[in-house]
Design a protein around this ligand. Structure first.
Ligand code: FES
Length: 160
């Protein structure tokens, strides 16, 4: 009985991971920067069209992203994409970090499966929303492209 369950679980895992590159699997099974920063400079929560949400906190020091953390209830591809986006954003200036594009994520993973391309979009959108919120707080500027509403957390929330 236990052997059968193990076989079923293995088969399910293989079918879910079909089409995932080695880099994607490595990032998924060893994600970086998961969690929440205490007293961040920016805290956002964004939900994609699929209904999955990414919550992101970041701190900025001397114009550079000094720390960045995320949580998500999304799929494995989102965990991997968000882990990669957070890794490459950390240490960059805001001007450099806003240049990160979903295609950069797709390229790094040597092509995400078609059904997971939007996970890269959502991850990059979370980063941009967090940077927008930081800039907005710093410069008191409104970013009309980000629709915000208050959620049950204290994060700014945007729907993408
Ligand atoms: Fe929703 Fe990946 S399936 S973000």
């Amino acid at each position: 009985m236990a052997d059968n369950i193990d076989k079923i679980a293995k088969s399910l895992q293989e079918s879910v991971l079909k089409g995932y590159s080695r880099r994607l699997k490595d990032e998924l099974f060893g994600p970086r920067n998961i969690g929440k920063i205490e007293n961040p400079n920016s805290h956002v929560s964004i939900t994609g069209v699929c209904g999955d949400t990414i919550e992101m906190t970041l701190t900025v020091n001397k114009g550079k992203i000094s720390d960045i953390k995320f949580t998500t209830d999304g799929c494995g591809a989102t965990i991997a994409c968000m882990s990669y986006v957070s890794r490459i954003a950390k240490g960059r200036s805001i001007e450099e970090a806003v240049q990160i594009k979903p295609d950069d994520v797709d390229d790094y993973f040597q092509g995400l499966p078609e059904e997971s391309k939007h996970c890269a979009n959502l991850s990059v959108s979370a980063l941009k929303a967090a940077l927008n919120m930081y800039e907005n707080k710093e410069q008191k500027v409104n970013f009309p492209s980000v629709k915000r509403k208050k959620k049950d957390t204290d994060a700014e929330t945007a729907i993408f």
